[in-house]
Ligand binder design. Structure first.
Ligand code: ADP
Ligand code: ZN
Length: 655
């Protein structure tokens, strides 16, 4: 369809009041996150533990980690790698990937090398391993020369079970030669999707990991990730040079996470009422926002509402960031309001919700971010509020992004998939899993399953809107954003409408049958399906390529009606963590939690490094009275029994 264009920007207006601040405030892609400070603790070398070389995997699992049995694919992966095979492991967050390289690292002679992208991640993993009596350490830029030397010598002396390094460190010749002088049992490449150049989280340093086979012949290699479309899976296998690897692809489903996406109206108020609707117990929450300013304002607002919220973004002072992160990890019930700079490597198991107040750029990103909820398997919620402004803003960011056309096209595809998820009238989980190439049936634990959205035939509404756009262009040589168009359609005689004489347009007032909110929904959904396009800094609206089909009546437009306040008491299952504890055991559970908090504080580690909630629940339920009774309890291995056994038994005896 050809429409005389003129100068569409001759007369601009703000399109929507929920427009975001200018792009320079947005968080850049998180390359800098490499060096993001974690809770800086010196790499502790654990005392010499039993030598597990050659010990059966299940015995290691029991004695070191305190788990009865492997889950899912774990046993197969572990056997395969202990036998010397390469492996590509795709498992959802919380699926238990760490065990799959940690057990082989112990069972095979030598040190397991773990390539991990983020310093915070190394610190946490090393803390957790040391707590289990495993000799683990890391080499990274937070260490002084003396500490680094201690670690290097321990490695060369064969006194390390696991060594964590960042990928950029591995490309240094000195590191290669150090590692070649010692003995490696296995090489595990964590967050392996970072090698994918077309994925959402590319890290250039990962490309150098392609020649590890040449540098360390005979050492089995593993690539692990929780996020990979089929394409990313293929790409990482090739780039990491794993042609003969066995592939272990677990279901990506996270059934304990409830997905909810609602139309954005007053995002901060919606956020507060969402947070209040969650019984998070002692668990934490994460709120993702796109801009740094929005992070700070939202954290501030939540605090005025009595919610213990902290900000986190890459523009904050490093020491403040580290302090906020460590409060999030260590204290109960903290809500972290953050940009995407926060989260990778945060394996806090009891995050009860992840909220998005802005639209993420891709489904991979969204799935990874929401995946940080409920790692412990207990109920958790992924909630998002998304609106018209988000769509316009994301399209603008893509337009303005550096990079060639192919790159922008790719970004556009990522966004389209994200929008399709937001606008689906079907099951959210089905849509998500489908994106990762997995078939499933409606889940019964997402907003659209629990309360199927009302839909209506929006063809006429779309035609009314489109012809208003066409008339403005043809008759006035003007282009406007959503706000003014909706005023025209609804027949609102605002000052701007009268000044512009828009009340003389033929389409003035022809859309009074729909509410302002419904019209916003119409615009948003037409943008999401590219029937409309937003242009320029102000998001003025123009017709998309296939709009003419709709105008001619050859294409039907089915739309969701935005019903706000859908979160009635019957609409969603309440997520209650303390419900998982038997009423009769609750006092003991609380007493154990209090003890755990003080033990964690004393040792300067997060509470879950001492014991996770599941272990405390098991203790409260079975009330062991002797050290031998502790044996069957999930999460208590030999080392933890020795460290905490007496204290725990005392708490139980006193209850
Ligand atoms: P991922 O790295 O895949 O996100 P983790 O390795 O952090 O997952 O494991 C998630 C949680 O499940 C952790 O708390 C871990 O201790 C626990 N876990 C892993 N394997 C087992 C198992 N076989 N039995 C019980 N708990 C397990
Ligand atoms: Zn569903």
């Amino acid at each position: 369809m050809s429409i005389p264009q003129g100068d569409p920007y001759a007369d601009l207006e703000w399109a929507a009041d929920d427009f975001a601040p200018p792009p320079d405030e947005f968080e850049p892609p998180p390359d800098y996150a490499w060096g993001a400070p974690g809770p800086v603790a010196p790499a502790a070398l654990a005392p010499r533990a039993r030598d597990f070389t050659g010990v059966p995997a299940r015995e290691i699992l029991r004695e070191v980690f305190g788990y009865d049995d492997f889950r899912g694919d774990q046993a197969d992966v572990v056997d395969h790698v202990i036998g010397g095979g390469d492996a590509v492991v795709l498992m959802p967050t919380g699926g238990g990937k760490s065990i799959t390289y940690q057990v082989p690292a112990l069972a095979r002679p030598g040190t397991g090398l773990v390539v991990s992208p983020l310093i915070a991640l190394m610190h946490d993993q090393v803390d957790a391993l040391v707590a289990n009596g495993v000799r683990a350490a890391y080499l990274n830029s937070t260490q002084g020369p003396a500490e680094r030397q201690t670690v290097e010598q321990a490695f060369l002396a064969g006194e390390l079970d696991l060594l964590y390094v960042a990928p950029e460190r591995l490309s240094a010749a000195a590191t290669t030669s150090l590692l070649q002088r010692g003995r490696l049992s296995v090489i595990a490449i964590d967050e392996a999707h970072c090698v994918s150049q077309w994925g959402h989280d590319f890290r250039p340093d990962y490309l150098a990991l392609g020649d590890l086979a040449e540098r360390f012949p005979g050492v089995p290699r593993m690539a692990l990730t929780a996020t990979a479309t089929r394409e990313t899976h293929r790409e990482l296998t090739q780039r990491l040079d794993l042609p003969t690897a066995r592939h272990f692809v677990a279901s990506f489903d996270r059934p304990n996470i409830q997905y909810r996406i609602e139309a954005k109206n007053e995002p901060r108020k919606q956020l507060v009422s969402f947070i209040r609707s969650i019984d998070a117990g002692s668990g934490a929450g994460i709120v993702y926002a796109l801009s740094r300013k929005s992070v700070e304002q939202t954290a501030e607002y939540l605090r005025t509402q009595g919610i213990d919220a902290l900000p986190y973004h890459a523009g904050l002072d490093a020491s403040l960031r580290a302090a906020n992160q460590s409060r999030f990890l260590r204290d109960d019930g903290v809500v972290m309001v953050a940009t995407i700079a926060f989260g990778m490597g945060i394996d806090k198991p009891d995050v009860r919700f992840v909220a998005h107040i802005d639209l993420p750029k891709s489904v991979e990103g969204y799935y990874q971010e929401t995946g940080r909820a409920g790692r412990d398997g207990d109920p958790a919620v992924a909630w998002m509020a998304y609106g018209l402004g988000d769509v316009v803003q994301q399209r603008r960011l893509i337009d303005q992004s550096p990079g060639d056309r192919g790159f922008k096209t790719r970004l556009g595809q990522h966004l389209d998939a994200m929008l399709a998820l937001c606008e689906t009238v079907g099951c959210r989980r089905q849509n998500l899993l489908g994106y990762f190439g997995q078939d499933s049936t409606p889940c019964g634990n997402c907003d659209t399953c629990l309360q199927p959205p009302e839909t209506f035939d929006g063809t006429v509404a779309a035609q009314k809107l489109m012809s208003t756009i066409v008339r403005l262009q043809r008759e006035r040589n003007q282009a406007f954003g959503a706000g003014q168009l909706i005023d025209i359609l609804r027949g609102n005689k605002t000052d701007r409408v009268t000044q512009q004489r828009h009340d003389e347009l033929k389409t003035f007032g022809i859309g009074a049958d729909l509410s302002e909110q419904d019209w916003r929904g119409v615009v948003r959904q037409l943008l999401a399906t590219s029937l409309l396009v937003a242009r320029g800094e102000y998001g003025t609206l123009a017709l998309g390529d296939s709009a003419s089909d709709v105008l001619r009546g050859e294409r039907q437009v089915l739309l969701r009606r935005d019903v706000l306040g859908r979160r009635g008491p019957t609409s969603v299952r309440r997520t209650t963590v303390s419900e998982a504890v038997d009423p009769g055991d609750r006092d003991l559970f609380e007493a154990l939690r209090t003890w755990r908090a003080s033990a964690a504080r004393e040792q300067g580690v997060p509470a879950y490094v001492v014991f996770n909630d599941a272990t405390l629940r098991a203790l409260a339920a079975s009330r062991p009275s002797s050290s031998a009774d502790l044996d069957g309890i999930s999460g208590i291995g030999a080392k933890k029994r020795e460290t905490y056994g007496e204290a725990v038994l005392a708490v139980i005896a006193a209850a």
